[in-house]
Design a protein around this ligand. Sequence first.
Ligand code: 3LM
Length: 403
Amino acid sequence: MRKNHFATRAIHAGYHPKQHQGALTPPIHISSTYAFDTVEQGGAAFQGENNRFIYARLGSPSQQLLEQRLAELEHAEAALATASGMGAITSAMWSLVKPGDEIIADLSLYGCTFSYLEHGLKSFGIKITYVNLSDANNLAQKITDKTKLVYSETPSNPNMRLVDIAALAQITRQYDCKLMIDNTYCTPYLQNPIQLGADLVVHSATKYLGGHGDLIAGFVAGKQEDIDHIRMFGLKDMTGSVISGFDVALLLRGMKTLHVRMERHCKNAQEVAEYLACSPYVKHTFYPGLDNFSQKELAQKQMRMAGGMIAFELNATREQSAAFVNALQMILCAVSLGDAETLIQHPASMTHSTYTEEELLEHLISPTLIRLSVGLEHIEDIVADLNQAFESVFSNKGLAISA
Ligand code: 3LM
């Protein structure tokens, strides 16, 4: 059967006004509990013998619509929406491992994910092994029968390293082991890990999917059986990380424009990356759309476009790098990413301060790295702000801005 294009699925999947008194925008269900006709009907619902809603921690009509739409966008059988990206990651991981099992994780991870593995799961008897998964051979050498989960972001937060999802999947498939990919940086518009062979995809929907900096949410997508297990065990009993009906509504609204916003994020980011790459104040710019990006071929193989995130290092000390960030006027110093506003931050001080100084180096996160989430403002205004900050910190001359 012909499948609608991404843009159409992002706007229509799972909903028709006909079934909702003509309402163009889906209703928001905020009921915490659902009434049954009889005890027997309620009992059958608890046994999974009918499809009735029971209690909002286990699902609601609003959440169900969102999940159907998310699954369609990620080409997954099913999805589970959660109260945050960390809610998705923790609900999924708690469901998949037990003491004595091993998780192999990539070297560079978002700070709270690292902290959850390193200070959370490890203390419950789960072995965590960090491996540079940018080379799939490293996984082939380290994976054993005890490895139940391989986990990676791509591009990684904050240093933009990629992993070859298809190559990793080829290895995990030979074991009783699942491959889970955090697709937050790309969104399903730029990359579909399940189509590339991953078993599970997790997202912080707080970022590009929401897109307007007004909600916290996440989701995990994969096979129906896995998602049912994560819902009824990981979320229901372990984390309770349920999304609210109001956030479902905001997320559905944001997702309607995801494809349009991503096109502009990518276009702006390409121009900003090219500007930074030419700047005498910048030592290195990490962006998959640049010719000197060390994994450009892989980026072109598995990403539709190069994304809206850039990392760069200045020819400067940590203090001077901070001074540059502080000198920006329109660009905001804030964590999070994927919003309309261009956001900049210093991972070693902020998002990745969960790593010690030694751990930052071991995990390939430079203490002077700066992370930029390129927003939707006019490109000339973004570049002009970067330019004036360079000028004010490093020189009186500055760089010419092309018209
Ligand atoms: C950040 N990141 O600024 P939530 N996976 C990835 C992420 O980047 C994030 C999560 C999961 C940032 C948040 S730092 C205090 C702010 C790749 C979040 C977790 O639970 O929805 O925040 O997602 O990099």
